[in-house]
Design a protein. Structure first.
Lengths: 256, 281
């Protein structure tokens, strides 16, 4: 786990400098990431996008401190929380219990735990659902509990690995609004991985396009579009089009 | 507003849940579960009666009626109840000790790689070893005493409990372990908050099997290790055998069968309630 003391000195919450990651050794080794350099600013959303094999998930594991880079340096200022495509809630606990466990892991006292868990569920509009078990909730609701649980860790950095990939379009749109609202309210650094270029443009302050095998930074796009944004608005579609063209170019390079 | 849309979507998502039925539906479910069992008992008694009427071993083989009335007589006297109390007490006591040992050993072996390499296969070996093989060892160690019976029961059940826990830990979804680690849980706290609760469904079905081991080994031990003035089901069976009292022998066997089935059924109920709570049904 990255230590929680570095927040004040480092201006950028997440900085990767020349990061490479190789799995295995010798002839059988696979280079997942090659010389990746990028930084994510506090209070901003950085979207990582790329085709299969671009090492997006490896990148998140490195930032989360679950894995170590083979070369280069990863600096994540503060506490890191991670959300996955599946909610990963504990099925034996209620929604509130899941959030409370995250608080308990940090040493929050019993009475405060209950109160804060209720508040966090309220934040994700699940105020009345604390007593429900994960299997009684819909996929979108489970993802919101997972979001509340990630927020319970009082993270400075929130890593999201295609968290809305399995949801229907309307639920996903609503959750995009939630991400906007929640990141604006806290000085949260969000790194968001997705396959969906429009989703990346809809959410991101910057979109980082990665190449595949090995993953390197191909292009970095600032997203100057005013919030609130809509995924079906013309400026979002236009920039998404530009990025998609570049992504296709990269993908077809692998076919020849 | 977004909030209203979310609330609406949530309501629509959850509305699909079926409303639970009333008392009538419940009674129907109970009947549906009960009648095949009742029918099986009736068929069993009928076959027994036919075997008796056919005159097989007619001098010693009793009619179901004779056996059941013998059972009734024994149940109204104090001795059978005292024996049930002793035997069931030993079973539960032995099972409880085996549970503690099994959980501790299973926890250590499942989470510490070197320990698993060292004793993992030995645990399976112990589980397959017939419990009766422990009896001479235990008698030399403790004499003909309750400790001997308890020892044999624990040795028979603990490995199976440990193995049940190991299986449960192995089935813990990696995503949940990752989620736990990211929360900052590690080692003992990760075990307590993630691995143990996650293994509970597998563990409880393993406990059913461990209970069978307990019950088998206990009756074996009680038949071999006779402790005078301590009426147990084993002692009753032994004295019935000495007196060639077939109706009483079968009556005690029925008691043993029913007790085993009842406890097994309780484990089944526990297992189903866990699965219902986790939406695994």
């Amino acid at each position: 786990m990255p230590d929680a003391t570095a927040t004040k000195e480092t201006p950028a919450a997440v900085t990767l400098t020349g990061v490479s990651k190789t799995y295995g050794r010798g002839a059988a080794s696979v280079r997942a990431l090659d010389q990746v350099t990028l930084s994510a600013e506090p209070g901003e959303v950085t979207c990582l996008i790329g085709a299969s094999g671009c090492g997006k998930s490896t990148l998140l594991s490195l930032i989360a401190g679950l894995e170590r880079p083979t070369a280069g340096e990863v600096a994540a200022g503060g506490r890191v929380a991670l959300m996955f495509q599946e909610a990963g809630l504990f099925p034996w606990l209620t929604a509130a219990g899941n959030v409370e466990l995250a608080l308990r892991a940090r040493g929050t006292g019993r009475a405060e735990r209950k109160q804060r868990a209720a508040g966090l569920l309220e934040t994700v509009h699940l105020g009345g659902f604390g007593k429900k078990r994960p299997h009684e909730l819909s996929g979108g609701m489970r993802q919101r509990v997972a979001l509340a649980r990630a927020l319970a860790a009082d993270a400075d950095v929130l890593l999201m690995d295609e968290p809305f990939g399995a949801l229907d379009a309307m639920t996903r749109d609503l959750l995009h609004e939630e991400v906007d609202r929640i990141t604006a309210g806290r000085d949260l650094t969000v790194v968001f991985v997705t396959h969906n270029v429009r989703e990346a443009v809809r959410l991101g302050d910057q979109v980082v396009l990665l190449s595949s095998r090995p993953g390197t930074v191909l292009e970095r796009y600032e997203v100057p579009i005013e919030r609130p944004r809509r995924i079906d608005s013309a400026p979002v579609a236009e920039l998404a089009g530009t990025i998609t063209d570049r992504l296709r170019e990269e993908v077809s390079r692998h076919g020849t | 507003m977004a909030h209203d849309t979310i609330a609406g979507l949530d309501a629509l998502d959850l509305a699909a849940e079926a409303a639970p039925g009333g008392a009538g539906a419940r009674a129907g479910r109970v009947w549906n579960a009960a009648w095949p069992k009742l029918a099986a008992i009736v068929i069993f008694l009928a076959l027994w009666e036919i075997l008796y009427l056919a005159g097989w071993k007619s001098l010693i083989f009793p009619a179901p009626g004779t056996t059941l009335s013998d059972l009734g007589t024994q149940l109204s006297s104090g001795q059978l109840w005292q024996a049930i109390e002793t035997t069931l007490g030993r079973a539960l006591g032995g099972f409880a000790i085996a549970l503690v040992i099994g959980v501790v050993v299973g926890s250590l072996v499942s989470r510490i790689g070197a320990l698993r390499q060292a004793v993992g296969s030995m645990l399976t070996g112990l589980q397959t070893m017939p419990s009766v093989a422990w009896i001479p060892f235990a008698i030399i160690l403790f004499g003909s005493s309750t400790s001997t019976i308890g020892f044999v029961v624990v040795m028979a059940s603990a490995p199976s409990i440990a193995n049940a826990l190991i299986a449960g830990v192995d089935y813990t979804p990696p995503l949940l372990v990752k989620a736990g680690r990211l929360m900052g849980l590690a080692r003992l706290r990760l075990h307590w908050h993630v691995y143990l609760p996650s293994s509970l469904p597998t563990f409880v079905s393993g406990l059913k099997q461990a209970w069978a081991f307990t019950w088998h080994s206990l009756l074996t031990a009680e038949l071999v290790v006779l402790i005078p003035n301590h009426p147990s089901l084993g002692i009753l069976l032994d004295s019935d055998q000495q007196q060639a009292d077939m109706p009483s022998t079968i009556a005690v066997m029925l008691v043993i069968l029913i007790l085993g089935v009842v406890v097994d059924g309780l484990f089944g109920l526990w297992n189903r309630s866990i699965q219902r709570r986790r939406g695994l049904e």
